[in-house]
Write a protein that binds this ligand. Sequence first.
Ligand code: MF3
Ligand code: CO
Length: 315
Amino acid sequence: MKRNVLEYNTMRKKVSDQSLFEKEVEEKIGRNDVCWCGSGKKYKKCHCDMDVRLDDYRNKGVLVPARRIIKNAVQIEGIRESAKINIEILDYIDAHIKTGITTQEIDDWVCAITKKHHAIAATLNYEGYPKSVCTSINNVVCHGIPSKETVLQEGDIINVDASTIYQGYFSDSSRMYCIGTVSAEKKRLVDIARTSLEVGLEYVQPWRKIGDMGAAIHEFAIENGYSVVREIGGHGVGLAFHEDPWVSYVCPKDTGMLLVPGMIFTIEPMINMGKEEIYISDEDGWTVYTEDGLPSAQWEIQVLVTEDGYEILSY
Ligand code: MF3
Ligand code: CO
């Protein structure tokens, strides 16, 4: 059964509709006052120059980030710690996933590792999502729900998407796993989806627009004979699960939000072997399938924009 994807994706979009063309009510600060970012430094020695530059872009009609999504050093360190747990989860899955296990067992592993670190799985109870991880097999694009009934078969490709909250800081990343020997066709899809992240990363640079990254990924996927899901994208992340900006991988160059140091977001394009169209299960309200039934692959990394490029936090 099918349902409108746009309606479903409002959970991602709603964090992004707070357009930043309008200058927010952001307090004016004197050069010798303490910076708004929480660093404790004087404004003139911290974000003052950046703000002047941002004002300039804003006046030219460029979408610029609000202060609330620019992280300071303490917050970045907290997010790094959260990301370490997320990486440990995905590494554990890498070492233990195999033919014959159920996706519920993967959920159990995620719960156990999360608990060991006194962390919380960000998906559990998120907008009613019932599990601690998403497990999306073959023609499932994303948001597959772990189940005792779903047994991994030789030849499956599966995306496991983990997201962790640790001391209030959020991390989010996902990987593809090949179960036993998979067909050359599926293997290529998985590899291209992964390589597309590297292609996109080259464009993650401060003072460049995020659409350059998205456009590069789109172009690369198309060149390789695949399509990219439009309706579901990436997102800012760190102090909340889904923050601005909304991150598309089907967009023109030189569009979208301007990147500046301290921004953190996910790159998580969903690459389809066949057509781009998707639909959502009416039965569970979550599972996203390809319309044509062909496989889909997705890798997700969480990146920080630095002074001279990027740092991958969770992968
Ligand atoms: N990690 C996914 C994301 O990128 C998970 C969505 S979680 C769900 O945001 F709970 F909405 F399924
Ligand atoms: Co995500």
